[in-house]
Design a protein around this ligand. Structure first.
Ligand SMILES: [Zn+2]
Ligand SMILES: [Zn+2]
Length: 310
């Protein structure tokens, strides 16, 4: 498996070190980095210059130990290294695009893509925990025993229900990942209790015993399967009234993950029309986080409805 880096990622990572945001980078080296970089501006050919910049950035990326967490944690994932043609690392572009994805082209060649928030590079131990979680996603997707399919086969569900089902899928998968990591003595992204609480909230229509049993089975499984998740997320209960999206899911308006959903079924109609004026595709069934609900409430109160002005 080849490890590839996006130019922007390497450059931003090295500048993060040069700015002193990552501990343990000697200031003499930072000065040397800047001197070496200045010299490259003297290269006249733009392609040659860019190549030289990339090489310089990559050298310091390695020198400052930024590559080690990636290569070290990858050693724990032989299946990923065998099955992937390449793993490309880039920095995130938005709030919600962080994480690992798998791409398969027509010839069956597999490429992993890892988008990282730059701030991750400031804390090595936490970065390693994060990488381990994301590489386990890749491991599962590449493992024939998991039976991954990028498309969730959920016939008969509307768009809001499908979105909620996908959020459930993510929750169940994350539980099995963090469960395996915790069992191996690593730090999971979320603790057992947090995951258990999320299942209780997401499956509140189940008896408590079923919630607890399902959660423990998922937390303890060594070999999770896509098909098992499908069966669990397709439970039509709770999907029928998709007014309450899963805890930790992203608000369709502000895109931030939230654990505090407003009750979208009782929003005043003035507020609903104000929201749909901005988000034509939105309906209360898609949900709205408390923060958005509050700001739209304030907005509706200040501006008032246009009819009421005269
Ligand atoms: Zn995850
Ligand atoms: Zn929101």
């Amino acid at each position: 498996m080849q490890l590839r880096y996006d130019e922007d990622f390497i450059e931003a990572a090295v500048f993060l070190c040069a700015s002193g945001r990552r501990k343990g980078v000697p200031s003499l080296q930072i000065a040397r980095f800047h001197r070496e970089r200045e010299k490259l501006y003297g290269i006249l050919d733009p392609d040659e210059r860019n190549t030289a910049f990339f090489k310089l950035h990559l050298d310091w990326f390695r020198e400052w130990g930024l590559e080690l967490p990636l290569t070290d944690v990858l050693k724990e994932f032989p299946l990923v290294r065998e099955q992937l043609g390449a793993l490309a690392v880039r920095k995130t572009t938005g709030k919600n695009d962080e994480g690992a994805e798998l791409y398969v082209n027509e010839t069956g060649q597999r490429t992993g893509l890892l988008a990282l928030r730059l701030e991750r590079l400031t804390h090595d131990a936490a970065l390693r925990d994060y990488l381990r979680h994301e590489f386990t996603h890749l491991h599962d997707m590449l493992n024939p025993a998991f039976g991954y399919s990028p498309v969730l086969d959920l016939p008969g569900l509307n768009a809001a229900q499908k979105r909620l089902a996908r959020e459930r899928y993510r929750l169940l998968w994350d539980i099995t990942i963090d469960g395996r990591l915790a069992a191996a003595g690593h730090t999971p992204m979320q603790a057992r209790e947090q995951h258990a609480a999320a299942v209780a909230r997401g499956y509140s229509f189940w008896p408590e015993q079923r919630q607890t049993e399902t959660f423990s089975t998922l937390w303890q499984t060594k070999a999770p399967q896509h098909a098992e998740f499908l069966a669990l997320i397709a439970d039509p209960r709770g999907l029928r009234d998709a007014h309450r999206p899963a805890p930790g899911a992203s608000c369709p308006l502000c895109d931030f993950p939230t654990f505090h959903w407003a009750d979208a079924s009782v929003l005043p109609s003035g507020m609903v029309s104000r929201i749909t004026a901005e988000f034509p595709a939105w309906s209360p069934a898609h949900g709205i986080c408390n923060r958005c609900a509050e700001s739209y409430e304030a907005l509706t109160a200040t501006v008032g409805s246009p009819v009421a002005l005269h």
